[in-house]
Write a protein that binds this ligand. Structure first.
Ligand code: ZN
Length: 91
């Protein structure tokens, strides 16, 4: 079941940029992710479910370009590394 919830969250994250106010999606997404973590589920190590240390993108929000930081993927490499570190520390 957690896999289906994360999958649904990915779909919401992908849909959010199409809205006039993506915060309508990101705020409840953050609450769902926090609730999942409180219940002991681990977040996937994709970077999407942690706040970005480079551009401050919220949980569920794709990264934005900032000077001197490469952004070839939906999330900054630093954000991906952070989520992997969190997963390793949890595991
Ligand atoms: Zn970022």
């Amino acid at each position: 079941m957690p896999d289906r919830i994360w999958e649904a969250l990915y779909e919401l994250a992908a849909a959010a940029p199409l809205l006039d106010d993506p915060r309508l999606v990101h705020r409840p997404m953050r609450k769902i992710v926090e609730s999942m973590l409180d219940q002991g589920f681990q977040r996937p190590a994709t970077g999407l479910f942690v706040r970005c240390p480079v551009c401050d993108s919220e949980i569920g929000q794709i990264c934005i370009n900032v000077p001197r930081h490469t952004l070839d993927d939906p999330v900054h490499p630093e954000r991906l590394a952070l989520s992997r570190t969190i997963l390793m520390e949890a595991g």
